[in-house]
Design a binder for this molecule. Structure first.
Ligand SMILES: [Zn+2]
Length: 237
């Protein structure tokens, strides 16, 4: 069962649009974990796109924020009141947060990255929250030093295959942290960012498009994470 996710990480509208256009072009579903208000996300097709939340709790735990966990959670839920899923920025998590997610009536979390592991299953926590692990992330792929000519995941394997992409890395076709570190100074200037796009070696965009092409050509049914969570609750997966 293949699912795509995106962590928006404060990308500009032009960068978000680039990613949404590619999903639409290939008719592939995606669960988007949002960090902020975006007109594009509010208007996008809910047949293809599910919007979850991507709160950033790190300022609270660094002690440099006047905000509480509740403030941060409520702010992003005010922007996306229909969100059913959560993945935290930097994958920040603890047991108290899991309780908060349950109290806020969220259906699932997807904070557990198990890189390249196959046979993953969703499971139900003590507080009825469904936990959906995932097994691939673009910036982790280059942290391992792997080439983007191959995801290193056997997409014919059993269990959940859940990919996580960042729109900025799709846009930049990022292949390593050096490119991103140079380009991120221009996060809000999509024209300038384009001059930093990798065209030398396989990158995030190349791998992403290859996966979308595979799904389209093989007629692979893709799923949003809320659909996976409901299947888990019905004991169907
Ligand atoms: Zn993030």
């Amino acid at each position: 069962m293949i699912a795509f996710t995106c962590d928006i990480d404060w990308a500009s509208e032009e960068i978000i649009e680039d990613t949404l256009n590619l999903f639409e072009l290939f008719g592939v579903k995606c669960t988007i974990f949002s960090t902020h208000h975006s007109l594009l996300l509010s208007k996008c097709s809910k047949k293809l796109f599910e919007i979850g939340i991507h709160p950033d709790f790190t300022p609270v735990f660094n002690g440099d924020s006047g905000k509480s966990i509740d403030d941060i959670l409520d702010e992003i839920l005010d922007i996306h009141p229909d969100a059913q899923g959560v993945r935290c920025h930097t994958l920040f998590q603890n047991v108290a947060l899991l309780q908060k997610f349950s109290e806020k009536k969220l259906l699932y979390d997807s904070n557990n990255l198990l890189p390249y592991q196959t046979g993953l299953r969703a499971f139900k926590l003590w507080n009825s929250l469904v936990r959906i692990p995932y097994n691939w992330e673009d910036d982790v792929h280059w942290a391992y030093g792997y080439s983007f000519d191959d995801s290193r995941i056997d997409i014919s394997s059993e269990g959940l295959l859940i990919f996580d992409f960042h729109p900025i890395h799709i846009y930049l076709n990022t292949e390593n942290k050096y490119r991103y570190n140079e380009a991120k100074k221009f996060m809000n200037d999509h024209k300038k960012l384009l001059s930093y796009r990798n065209s030398e070696v396989p990158g995030t965009r190349d791998l992403f498009i290859n996966l979308l092409k595979h799904c389209k050509s093989k007629k692979v049914q893709t799923h949003n994470l809320k659909e996976i969570a409901y299947l888990c609750l019905q004991n169907s997966i």
